[in-house]
Design a protein around this ligand. Sequence first.
Ligand code: ZN
Length: 175
Amino acid sequence: MPGPPRTRRGGERTERHLSHSGSVDGVRCPTCDHDDTRVVDSRPADAGAAVRRRRTCPSCGGRFTTYERVEPADLVVVKRSGDRQPYDPAKVERGVRLATKNRPIDASLVTAIVQEVDRAARELGPELDSDQIGRLVLDRLEPLDQVAYLRFASVHRSFDDAEEFAREAERLAGH
Ligand SMILES: [Zn+2]
């Protein structure tokens, strides 16, 4: 049985106003647009990562279901220039994919690396610099594939600039 959802800043309960059966919380009825629907049942879903709520609309009598999930905390990447931007796992994925292009590394492994980097970054966060992200990737590529590691190592200095990074990685991947 998996534990509760892992959130670093999860200490605080934020559903006071939602947790009682019959409470009103303003979710709009999908049938008639009435905005005063009621929660008639709440239960954990997705092994505790979400809460599933059955709702009823006092206006039309319709019933529907909503899910509430924890939104991952926002991570901020501080670039060398001092600029800050939201952490974007898609950039990490693009970089890893390019670094591992034509290497014996399965796509599912790339996905696993991106997820691990994401998790590690959240543990370091909520603020980290682009070098830290580069190192998180490198730590995972090194034991897997030396070529991919070297490709990524040689370009991760450009990680600040996603476009430059992609260009450089493509060049190294032989394009
Ligand atoms: Zn309704």
